[in-house]
Design a protein around this ligand. Structure first.
Ligand code: ADP
Ligand code: ADP
Length: 232
């Protein structure tokens, strides 16, 4: 995945634009777990939202498998977006739906037939270790279990890229450790490329292969975690 010179402006009060992204270029290798760190307001969420095209950059390229997603038409774009799964800080589960129906949701939207949906839901719930909770409702689950559901939902359409937006920030340290271990195992098993944003250095140190540090819409530094955080 290559991000080239991404720029995203937001019109601000009194006509002063906020440059949420001010020329960000990053190259993430297939199968890599890549972290983006930075303080609140640095532009991390805007960046990740530009990758799954929830947000349209003002300028730049988002290349996935050699294709600039910003040049695709609506139909092709909808297809491609299925290859990008997203996991959220507050899980974003539907409280009126069971675990299985939450996980099935993106498959319903994609028009996957029911028999196939059932098989895929069982498969991804197995992958996250929640097979026995298929009929539970989100309110009956712990935070860590809710995030496992969020991960299963993201994986159901069989993405090649997993985006994690502060995926462990609402969890205690022990549960964070469990979820990071799960993400790493899923990366190994499913050949996922993982792009995660976090404000927690411990998360980066535990799981990331490489990291970029953002501030004020720019990448200040980028490299292997050890090099970026232990150099004098
Ligand atoms: P982070 O995720 O690192 O906290 P964000 O990407 O959320 O940073 O925000 C980067 C900057 O862009 C901030 O100054 C924020 O206020 C601004 N911003 C983000 N989204 C919007 C929006 N929809 N409208 C206006 N300004 C925004
Ligand atoms: P294999 O292909 O040898 O069965 P994998 O480790 O590739 O083993 O996959 C394990 C299981 O996960 C398989 O049932 C496969 O269909 C499923 N799977 C593979 N890729 C994904 C994905 N991106 N999301 C969800 N499930 C997947």
């Amino acid at each position: 995945m290559q991000l080239r010179n991404l720029v995203r402006h937001f019109a601000g009060r009194g006509g002063v634009a906020t440059k949420a992204l001010d020329g960000v270029s990053l190259s993430v290798a297939a199968g890599e777990i890549f972290g983006i760190v930075g303080r609140s307001g640095a532009g991390k969420s805007t960046l990740i939202r530009c990758v799954n095209l929830l947000e349209r950059p003002t300028e730049g390229e988002v290349r996935v498998l050699g294709e600039d997603l910003l040049l695709l038409g609506d139909r092709a774009l909808r297809e491609r977006r299925r290859s990008i799964g997203m996991v959220f800080q507050h899980f974003n589960l539907l409280s009126s739906r069971t675990v299985a129906d939450n996980v099935a949701f993106p498959l319903e939207v994609a028009g996957v037939p029911q028999a196939e949906r059932k098989a895929r839901v069982a498969e991804v719930l197995g992958l996250v270790g929640l097979a026995e909770k298929a009929d539970a409702y989100p309110a009956q689950l712990s935070g860590g279990q809710k995030q496992r559901v969020g991960i299963a939902r993201a994986l159901a359409p069989r993405p090649s890229i997993l985006l994690c937006d502060e995926a462990t920030s609402a969890l205690d340290p022990e549960t964070t450790h469990d979820i990071l271990g799960l993400i790493r195992r899923l990366r190994d098993r499913l050949d996922l490329t993982v792009l995660l944003i976090t404000h927690e250095m411990a998360v980066v140190k535990e799981i990331c292969d490489r990291v970029a540090v953002m501030e004020a819409g720019k990448v200040l530094e980028e490299g292997r975690v050890f090099d970026v955080f232990t150099r004098p």
